[in-house]
Structures are given as C-alpha cells and as structure tokens.
Design a protein around this ligand. Structure first.
Ligand code: AMP
Length: 116
C-alpha cells in the first residue's frame, strides 16, 4: 500500500487547505500555524518522507519545488525584502510531518537562523 500523509490528502483535495499553487509535481499551501506573515509549505505531490530519502528519481521534483518556493515568495511580495527556506529532517531537525516539505517564511525580519 502506498504511504499516505496529511499532506497527500491536501494534495488530493481530501482535506481543506489554503492552496496557493499546484501543478503536476508540487503543491504549495499556507501553513496552518504560521510563524511569520508569509508561511507557505511547498511539497512534492508524491510522498518523499524526508530529505534523507531523496533519490535520483526526485531530482526533477526538487528542482520544481525550489523554483515554486521562490516564485511563491515573489508572488507574496517578499522577493526583494528576503525570506527563508527551511527543510527540517528527522527528529533532531524538528520534522513533524513525514512528507518532505519546504517552508517559505518571510514578511518580517527573521533574525538568526537558530536561537541562542
Ligand atoms: P515540520 O516541523 O517541518 O514537519 O513542519 C510541519 C508543518 O506543517 C508545521 O509548520 C505545521 O504547522 C504544518 N501543518 C501541519 N498540518 C497542517 C495542515 N493540515 N495544513 C497546513 N499546515 C499544516
């Protein structure tokens, strides 16, 4: 049976989300618990559990993911002011949802990369 995640259900439109972009490879939607004025997640439409699971077959989707993340940032009006792209991986990386996703965060100064 194929692996399924909450983000797969968003991709398929089975649970509600504020989708800002979707194509054949990736989907972008607003984070339900925004940490900044702009906080959007960009995910592959198929499940890649995390960064550590990326293989050669994911190269095209990851290129698209990066391009869509930056296009979404520009569409949000933060292309010039700047933003942060984050991919958390695994327990120590703080990854909660086992479906690879890139956070697009901006709209205010984000400070240092890590606290402390
Ligand atoms: P991470 O800690 O990198 O795995 O981030 C997971 C993110 O997914 C968190 O920022 C959550 O707020 C977000 N999230 C979880 N469920 C949903 C949902 N149903 N719709 C939108 N964002 C979600």
């Amino acid at each position: 049976m194929a692996v399924d995640t909450i983000f797969s259900k968003i991709v398929r439109g089975e649970i509600p989300a504020d989708i800002v972009y979707q194509d054949d490879l990736v989907t972008a939607f607003r984070d339900i618990n925004a940490q900044a004025p702009t906080h959007i997640l960009v995910v592959p439409n198929h499940v890649v559990p995390g960064a550590d699971d990326v293989t050669e077959r994911d190269e095209a989707v990851l290129g698209r993911l990066f391009r869509v993340a930056t296009a979404v940032a520009r569409a949000e009006g933060i292309g010039q002011s700047g933003y942060r792209l984050i991919v958390n991986c695994g327990a120590d990386g703080g990854q909660e949802v086992p479906h690879l996703h890139m956070h697009v965060l901006g709209g205010r100064p984000l400070g240092r990369m890590l606290p402390g």
